[in-house]
Design a protein around this ligand. Structure first.
Ligand code: EPZ
Length: 444
């Protein structure tokens, strides 16, 4: 029973270094197998989603050498199968990038269908639309895998019906070695989409327009090896910005691209926090009298859906009533129930897409469970603000996307550890001053 256990009340202070972006690295790992030459990836986050992808790439025959904790060399000339049917692959959503990469390189692919967080239906119809447009045939196999193959892949003008990060990256992967020109309209513009395109261009691809609504790809004969540093993680950075704001701390968040954080900074400024931007760092100072604000998640450069649970936690402690509209996923408020158990006052409308948050003076520690990756991080932030002790269970979700989350928080002064049994929990509670005595029962 792995849990985060924390004692709230300490404002976070100091500096934190942000790692490479998980959601860029997952697409980049798939792209790396599209050449037989070595690809060295630096600033790779050491998180479970990445390690699952590395295992899958190795298990189909690629040479995977970890040069240090955050640097890996992939040499894919030895891949001996285009079937990725390992059960462990179903644990992560981004396994589907291997379909685009294997299809693009070998004209055939068969990959166990993705799992991922329970934040909505998460269909893959736009991925299939792109593959079909390029000339591929696809089918779902009896083993619950997606099989894709093509005699040839020929560039086409593709109009996406939905702005999709995954589909944009997957179609890019399938198109870089196709014949002729591919245009992707209504492309996703997230920093991690741009990073995958940049890596592919470093490998000899000809992609223009990544980061805009229209991506143009001229197919090339083959790709070559390269060395590439993964872009800093916009969402990890934003998570620490919210933690600094929620605990009324003062934190310098280093190794970031401030431009990628502008909409997050803007919301914190609306709430009355102080933000200082530097070349590759952002400093956030919280404000005990935070003001309410309204948030509507939308594709980049809008407010990221992956930051929605975290800002809800900050707004739970602001003055006034805030509204959060989740416009990307249908089920991304599962954490609200857990926050309310800590004393928050949040209601979610019947349709499930709008949360109304009445700010409260404080939260109380409780035993809560992480329903998904970003909600888990938000519950840790809530625990760091709450009075008393909070345990967050099911932290396997958090470990999918945050490297050394507890250690980084400890370095900022947080009283938080990872515990695996009751004994460790009791020891931590004893060491940090013990539970406050229960209020004597009032005379009837
Ligand atoms: C990526 O998921 C991220 N995951 C998610 O982050 C992130 O929340 C999401 O993009 C949006 O930014 C990875 O990169 C591994 P989408 P993805 O396709 O690609 C609908 C995290 O916390 N849609 O942009 O699956 C879909 O249902 C994770 O790190 C279709 O309808 O998201 C959703 O409503 C959680 N058909 C919307 O588009 C499709 O074929 C956006 O989804 C594909 C998507």
């Amino acid at each position: 029973m792995l849990q985060f256990l924390m004692k709230g009340g300490t404002p976070l202070k100091g500096e934190v270094n942000i790692g490479g972006a998980k959601n860029a690295a997952l697409g980049i790992l798939a792209a790396a197998i599209m050449t037989d030459e070595p690809v060295v990836l630096e600033n790779l986050p050491d998180v479970s989603d990445i390690n699952v992808m590395l295992k899958a790439i190795s298990d189909i025959g690629a040479q995977v050498d970890r040069l240090d904790r955050h640097t890996v060399r992939i040499t894919a000339g030895s891949i001996h199968t285009q079937k990725v049917l390992f059960d462990y692959v179903r644990k992560i959503r981004a396994s589907y990038y291997l379909i685009g990469a294997l299809l693009g390189k070998y004209k055939t692919a068969e990959v166990a269908l993705p799992g991922g967080c329970a934040i909505g239906a998460r269909p893959i119809d736009q991925h299939l639309k792109g593959f079909h447009a390029l000339g591929a045939r696809t089918e779902i196999t009896n083993e619950g895998a997606l099989h894709a193959e093509a005699d040839a892949l020929v560039g086409r003008h593709i109009f996406m019906d939905v702005v999709s990060v995954g589909a944009t990256i997957n179609v890019m992967l399938a198109a870089v070695l196709a014949e002729g020109r591919t245009v992707i309209e209504s492309a996703a513009k997230e920093p991690h989409v741009v990073d995958v395109a940049n890596l592919l261009n470093c490998m000899g691809a000809r992609i223009k327009g990544a980061g805009t609504d229209v991506i143009r790809i001229h197919g090339v004969e083959k790709l070559h090896g390269t060395t590439y540093p993964i872009v800093p993680d916009q969402i990890e950075a934003g998570t620490f910005m919210m933690a600094a704001a929620a605990t009324n701390g003062d934190v310098m968040i280093r190794n970031v691209i401030p431009k990628h954080l502008e909409v997050i900074s803007a919301k914190l400024l609306e709430m009355g926090c102080t933000i200082q931007e530097f070349d590759d760092a952002v400093r956030v100072c919280g404000n005990p009298d935070k003001m309410y604000t309204n948030v509507k998640t939308s594709p980049y450069p809008g407010f990221p859906t992956d930051m929605q649970p975290q800002i809800a936690t900050v707004l739970a402690l602001a003055n006034g009533t805030s509204m959060i509209t989740e416009s990307i996923f249908e089920k991304r408020f599962a954490y609200v129930e857990e926050l309310n158990r800590m004393g928050a006052d949040i209601t979610v409308c019947e349709k499930g897409d709008v949360a109304t948050i009445n700010g409260v003076k404080g939260l109380k520690g409780a035993d809560v469970t992480a329903p998904d990756l970003r909600a888990g991080a938000a519950l840790v932030i809530a625990g760091l603000c709450a009075e008393g002790y909070t345990s967050v269970s099911d932290i396997k979700y958090v470990l999918r996307g945050y490297e050394d989350f507890d250690v980084k928080m400890q370095k900022l002064g947080a009283q938080i550890i990872t515990v695996s049994d009751e004994k460790e929990a009791e020891e931590f509670i004893r060491r940090t001053g013990g539970m406050e005595p229960l209020e004597p029962a009032k005379e009837a």
